[in-house]
Design a protein around this ligand. Sequence first.
Ligand code: ATP
Length: 225
Amino acid sequence: MTKVYHAGEIEVFALRGVDLELYEGEIAVLLGPSGSGKSTLLNIMGGLDRATAGEVHFRDQDLTTFSERQFTRFRRDHVGFVFQFYNLIPSLTAWENVALVTEISSNPMKPEEALEMVGLKDRITHFPAQLSGGEQQRVAIARAIAKRPEVMLCDEPTGALDSKTGVLVLEALSRINEEMKTTMAIITHNAGIRQIAHRVFTFKDGRIADVAVNDQRARPAEVSW
Ligand SMILES: Nc1ncnc2c1ncn2[C@@H]1O[C@H](COP(=O)(O)OP(=O)(O)OP(=O)(O)O)[C@@H](O)[C@H]1O
């Protein structure tokens, strides 16, 4: 799959022929320098952007043929997104931020159940401003999992957090992967996080330069950066 952005006269080759398959239930960590194409790939896999050429499949569905409406449906039904910044609504409590999603999903968890999965059962009535950065990110993760997505796409989920707080976020993701069998792709600049992955993809100049399989995976608590 390739992706070319057009900025005026200039063509930017963000992805120059990437072939990648995520296995059901795995954690894939995506590493690589700034500008190597990681976010572009994640956005295309999640139905937020379109490839310029090539194919993108989710199970038996071909995303390349999707209309905007089908993209919206696909994202709503199958994909949970987590970004570096939490994008919570400040005037809503943790419970209400998660409930926004459960109200439009077909088979959602209860908001309190999703918040319990990420260790925030006793914070459900708090507003974002009353929560630490790591807690806010865990609310964002609860919001992403509440619709029971098969795939979670996380773009630098610990990027704004210190190592100790980031570990709590990784523990929440790891628990979701184990208990809900959610397939995960995690972009990170914290190379230590590679140890929790089943497979590690290293990007360079819009290509996958290396794929490594972890025979021995570390628990999030054993990771630091
Ligand atoms: N909307 C856009 N328009 C034009 N160029 C873009 C656009 N989005 C990304 N690019 C370019 O595509 C290339 C890949 O960007 P991408 O964000 O995928 O890299 P990345 O590996 O995720 O980087 P980072 O680690 O800094 O987030 C970069 O050269 C970037 O400048």
